[in-house]
Design a protein around this ligand. Structure first.
Ligand code: ATP
Ligand code: PAF
Ligand code: BAL
Length: 275
């Protein structure tokens, strides 16, 4: 695997690479990331990954400084997965001067779910992903469904701005006990890690109830929030939404997803299940 720390080097490699599939990450790689790399291989001659912990998408008081950085181990995993090129810029390459131009996702996205609790987050994500896509110029870009709203914001950005890129979603990879793999799981103490699958179990319960005809979403959401609180979590939201735009369902035949975010100790976890 070739590692490129600057844009010119990555672009020179990309020029002769044929059809490219791109998987952007923030590093600290786990099986969820590696599944995306393998899936990328099915779409292209060449897989390019990136590792960049993007300051722009972290709010004040969030975990930018302590976000896990495990570059050597990440490189071994990417090489073992057959990734050809890794773009690993530092901040002086991505942001040589304070970023003045931004991509602003629509208000109806930045005001709900993750957007409501992480002001500026999706602006930071959309801006860095636009910049990464302009640098790599892939035919295909892959994003995980674990970050469901991010996948939607970025799919819409690519479509509405007519970028010549196919966005491919990856299924969420989970631990055996149901917990969605996430770099932030590493923050959990042993006791918190043992309790963490509750988030997935509550979502699975809501999915089962809706599948058998339950339509009182407000009650399902409130029950799950109460159970999280009773188990010592601090929930931000549990929400049944339509997949189309993540707004509350209005019609009987809306296709749904249930999403949640909650803090366990200092660690904020998100998860979702398509219904
Ligand atoms: N469990 C998972 N299954 C599938 N894809 C995943 C999983 N976790 C993350 N991804 C995807 O990997 C890409 C890079 O994500 P990122 O580097 O932020 O990892 P993460 O584990 O989600 O970290 P974080 O703790 O910051 O949420 C994103 O497209 C994300 O949706
Ligand atoms: C897409 C992304 C790499 C942009 O920094 C990040 O939000 C992530 O890892 O999901
Ligand atoms: N959504 C993945 C990156 C982040 O939480 O900032």
């Amino acid at each position: 695997m070739q590692i490129h720390e600057n844009i010119d080097s990555l672009r020179a490699a990309r020029a002769g690479a044929g059809r490219v599939a791109f998987v952007p990450t923030m590093g600290n790689l786990h099986e969820g990331h590696i599944a995306l790399m393998r899936q990328a291989r099915e779409h292209a001659d060449c897989v390019i990954a990136s590792i960049f912990v993007n300051r722009l998408q972290f709010g004040a008081g969030e975990d930018f400084d302590r976000y896990p950085r495990t570059f050597a181990a990440d490189c071994e995993k990417l090489a073992a997965a057959g990734v050809e090129h890794l773009f690993a810029p530092d901040e002086s390459v991505m942001y040589p001067q304070p970023q003045r131009y931004h991509v602003d996702p629509p208000a109806e996205q930045v005001s709900i779910l993750e957007g409501e609790f992480r002001a500026g987050h999706f602006r930071g994500v959309a801006t860095v992903v636009m910049k990464l896509l302009n640098i790599v110029r892939p035919e295909v870009a892959l994003f995980g469904k674990k970050d469901y709203q991010q996948l939607m914001v970025l799919s819409n950005m690519v479509r509405e701005l007519a970028m010549p890129i196919e966005v491919v979603p990856g299924e969420t990879v989970r631990a055996e006990d149901g917990l969605a793999l996430s770099s932030r799981n590493g923050y959990l103490s042993a006791d918190e890690r043992a309790r963490a699958p509750l988030l997935h179990h509550l979502l699975a319960g809501i999915r089962a109830a809706v599948r058998t005809g339950e339509r009182d979403f407000a009650r399902l959401q409130a029950d799950a929030m109460a159970r999280l609180s009773a188990a010592g979590w601090a929930p931000d939201y549990v929400a049944v939404r339509r997949r189309l735009d993540l707004q509350p369902p209005v019609q009987e035949d809306d296709v749904l997803v249930v999403l949640a975010a909650a803090k366990l100790g200092r660690t904020r976890l998100i998860d979702n299940l398509e219904i």
